[in-house]
Design a protein around this ligand. Structure first.
Ligand code: ADP
Ligand code: MG
Length: 267
């Protein structure tokens, strides 16, 4: 009904980049944790069949029976699929391998790119932020995320071809805006795996800043072994080692995201 679709919905942010291994999942998990630490209510929606975000929160496969596949296909409402984490105020819709099949199952359906948006708009949801962890492709799953989202947040690894991949992603965002979601914004670009001892890292960072200007967050996520260890303990790095440089960088990123919200509200 009209009333239901007008329900207040938190800000939906798709964490996307068609390249694998650039820090999407790490950013979704840890930005979400940092936002929760700032007393926001946050949902991470794991839209990658590999389920790394679900694993990163230490959610056992037994609790993954109802997840993003069921949400996407309309079999379960978000409220039934969301499970709690050890972080207060932070919830996850897990993914399972079923999700890989969703791309094929939906391909002949009308409005196949609208499924996630419909699922999120069906009921009021008690979250300030919904972060969608996208798979490493620009297929139907990522398309659903971009159609459902208010904005896209792009993790960009500080490596040689970073800008090339970014161009492709930004053109996709433009196409999604034209066809399905005119209000889709770029939330921002976050540089990941930054290594200050590596000249190339610096070169890429300044190159990206020069081309993308204010879209690039001041916070850069350093390459940090604590960040890469945390998922094997089933914990966000902020829980695993709050004092680590990676945790501090994600807290800074969260503060910038919250500041953006204040600035937009004032505008
Ligand atoms: P994506 O979701 O884009 O495929 P991930 O977030 O899974 O990328 O990151 C890829 C790999 O790099 C993972 O093993 C992750 O632990 C590691 N990684 C991500 N960010 C960092 C970082 N800041 N420092 C060290 N390792 C990182
Ligand atoms: Mg991932």
């Amino acid at each position: 009904s009209l009333e239901a679709s007008a329900a207040p919905l938190g800000r939906v942010i798709a964490v996307a980049n068609q390249k694998g291994g650039v820090g999407k999942t790490t950013t979704a998990v840890n930005l979400a944790t940092a936002l929760a630490a700032c007393e926001k209510r946050v949902l991470v929606l794991d839209l990658d069949p590999q389920g790394n975000a679900s694993t990163g929160f230490g959610i056992d496969r037994r609790y993954r029976k109802t997840g993003s596949y069921q949400v996407l296909t309309g079999a379960a409402p978000v409220a039934d699929a969301a499970v709690g984490t050890e972080v207060p105020g932070l919830f996850v819709v897990t993914s399972s391998v079923d999700l890989a099949g969703a791309e094929f199952e939906l391909v002949d359906e009308d409005g196949r790119e609208q499924k996630l948006r419909e699922a999120l708009e069906k009921q009021p949801l008690p979250y300030d932020y919904i972060l969608i962890d996208c798979p490493p492709s620009l297929g139907l799953l990522t398309l659903n995320a971009l159609v459902a989202a208010d904005a896209v947040l792009v993790p960009l690894q500080c490596e040689f071809y970073a800008l090339e991949g970014l161009g492709h992603l930004l053109r996709t965002v433009e196409r999604v805006k034209k066809s399905f979601n005119p209000d889709l914004a770029i939330q921002g670009i976050v540089l990941t795996m930054y290594d200050k001892r590596n000249n190339l890292s610096d070169l890429v960072a300044s190159d990206v800043r020069e081309h993308m200007g204010d879209l690039v967050y001041q916070a850069m996520i350093p390459r940090n072994v604590r960040v890469s260890e945390a998922p094997s303990h089933g914990k966000p790095v902020l829980i695993y080692d709050l004092k680590s440089p990676g945790s501090q960088a994600y807290l800074n990123l969260a503060r910038e995201v919250l500041k953006q919200e204040e600035e937009w509200a004032a505008a």
